[in-house]
Design a protein around this ligand. Structure first.
Ligand code: GAP
Length: 512
């Protein structure tokens, strides 16, 4: 099945099974805004717990905060977001549709790359087992021609973006003959800068009101609380502050479901270090964060680092962790060495001294910062994409199963009486009433056992237990494993311990 079709199936599965709904669905939705349903909110909360505990529980020197979404407007002046948090946009005069100029050009680069891959795939088919891919890539004139075009475009585009040369971005779009996907024409406006922050007003009267912004990142809430936390928590450098919260960006192009949203959630941690040690910490955090992802067991080959060549003016190193989504390797998390830029800017704009006094060396300095920043929604999407599977079963049936890591699954255990009589529902309720204090359990007595198993497979429930007539005699239930579909008889008294080992967040955290 084409990857595009797989992705469409995942999106409709998310809606059909209560994971993600379009926002204001009965009004036909709102672009790039989504709601999480009854299963989605559980999965999302488990992802957040996994991150929070890996930061705050496992590191003695990391503490959490929860800062407000609204902040003093000067924060965004100091951080540079008012002046520079822009995307280059372009309109097509015929379709009246708006695009990001950089995205149009990046799509064009991807088209050259696709052509190369198609050539390689064709050759692989033609030559069979004797195919030497490396040699073909190095010697094929067709590949060379596309590669040359791709590299030239990439170089020209990088230079234009580095210089934010808007006229040149438009010229590239014209020279590459990029057309609007809706109107099919090249009737483009000039490229303009567009600030991504949402504005609103605080205060009740027009006179007294002042413009404030919905935060486009949670990080600034951490920077402005640096002194508060360091002093009240008597924190010694190196130390970190972690936060999970909503962020808002008026994205011009809303694409790929919950990958790029206008309202989303971030999990960010700022780690304050001594100047000069930041690159060492940057490498450490890259490895720590990659290990967090890999512990989920999605396969090491599905992750890669993308080290940034072009750095923001305040950064001295930056790298993304990319995950293999159905639409290619995409950024899920960024790790940035932000120097002392943010704290220095806030010191300058607030007039406060924001420094750390090192009791060991008797010197004061503005700490440097390593930031780890991951989008909850993108993480959710990567978990869904990897877990969604359609399996052919013996006998020709197909089952749709979400092979979610057990610790992240919305429901850990489905409790099912074989029939709705003979005291089996009562026994099932009794077991459920005990286990529900320890795991998220669901009781299900409707339809045949086969149908109930399929329902639980589709929402990723790792275990089901069936209470049958023997249970009343021998105190055992049938435990069914979602992934292997194997069944085993287990004593009711052993259930809790057995499940705890397999579904708890603790067992996942121990794998990092
Ligand atoms: N404080 C640094 C910062 O915000 P970023 O690379 O702009 O850096 C960090 O964002 C992460 O936030 C991204 O890796 C991504 O997972 C998530 N993110 C950013 N914009 C997003 C959007 N529009 N929709 C969903 N997630 C987004």
């Amino acid at each position: 099945m084409a990857q595009e079709d797989v992705f469409k199936k995942i999106v409709s599965h998310c809606k059909e099974y209560g994971f993600v709904f379009p926002s204001s669905d009965i009004y036909d939705g709102l672009g790039a805004v989504y709601d999480y349903g009854q299963n989605g909110v559980e999965l999302k909360n488990n992802i957040k717990q996994y991150w929070w505990q890996s930061m705050v529980l496992l590191h003695e020197n990391i503490v959490g905060i929860d800062s407000a979404i609204f902040m003093h407007p000067t924060v965004w002046k100091a951080s540079g977001h008012v002046d520079a948090f822009n995307d280059p946009l372009i309109d097509n005069r015929d379709s009246k549709k708006r695009y990001r100029a950089d995205v149009l050009i990046e799509d064009q680069i991807a088209k050259y790359e696709e052509k190369i891959e198609k050539e390689v795939a064709k050759a692989r088919k033609r030559f069979g087992d004797s195919f030497d891919e490396a040699q073909y890539r190095a010697t094929s004139p067709r590949v060379a021609e596309q590669q040359k075009k791709r590299d030239a475009l990439h170089e020209r585009y990088s230079q234009a973006m580095n210089a934010m040369d808007l006229a040149e971005l438009k010229q590239i779009i014209l020279d590459e003959e990029i057309v609007c996907p809706i109107s099919g024409t090249r009737n483009w406006t000039d490229v303009r800068q567009f600030n991504l922050m949402f504005k609103t007003e605080v205060g009740s009267t027009a006179d007294g009101a002042s413009t404030i912004y919905l935060r486009p990142e949670t990080a600034q809430g951490i920077f402005v609380n640096y002194l508060n936390v360091q002093k009240t928590g008597r924190m010694k450098i190196p130390f970190g502050i972690a936060q999970i919260g909503k962020a808002f960006r008026n994205e011009i192009v809303a694409r790929q479901f919950i990958f790029r949203m206008r309202e989303f959630e971030q999990m960010e941690m700022q780690f304050f270090v001594k100047p000069g040690t930041e690159l060492e910490w940057f490498d450490k955090w890259k490895q720590t964060r990659l290990a967090w992802h890999k512990a989920l067991g999605f396969g090491d080959e599905n992750y890669r680092f993308h080290d940034h060549e072009k750095l923001a003016h305040y950064a001295n190193a930056a790298s993304d962790i990319e995950f293999h989504m159905p639409f290619g390797f995409k950024e899920v998390e960024g790790i940035h060495s932000r120097t002392n830029f943010d704290l220095s800017q806030h010191a300058k704009f607030s007039g406060r001294k924001i420094e750390y006094f090192d009791p060991e060396t008797n010197e004061s300095y503005t700490p440097y910062v390593i930031e780890t920043s991951i989008g909850v929604d993108r993480m959710f999407l990567s978990v869904m994409c990897h877990s969604y599977q359609e399996e052919k079963l013996e006998g020709g049936d197909t089952r749709v199963v979400l092979k979610l890591p057990a610790a992240l699954a919305p429901t850990k255990l489905a409790v099912m009486p074989l029939v709705k009589k003979d005291g089996l529902p009562e026994k099932a309720r009794e077991i459920m009433d005990d286990l529900k204090f320890h795991f998220n359990c669901k009781y299900d007595e409707k339809d045949s056992i086969g149908k109930r198993y399929r329902r639980q497979d589709a929402v990723g429930t790792p275990f089901c237990i069936t209470i049958d007539h023997d249970t009343l005699q021998d105190g055992c239930v049938t435990l069914r494993d979602r992934d292997t579909m194997e069944q085993q008889r287990v004593a009711i008294a052993d259930l809790r311990g057995l499940l705890e080992e397999r579904v708890s967040l603790t067992s996942l955290l121990k794998k990092i």
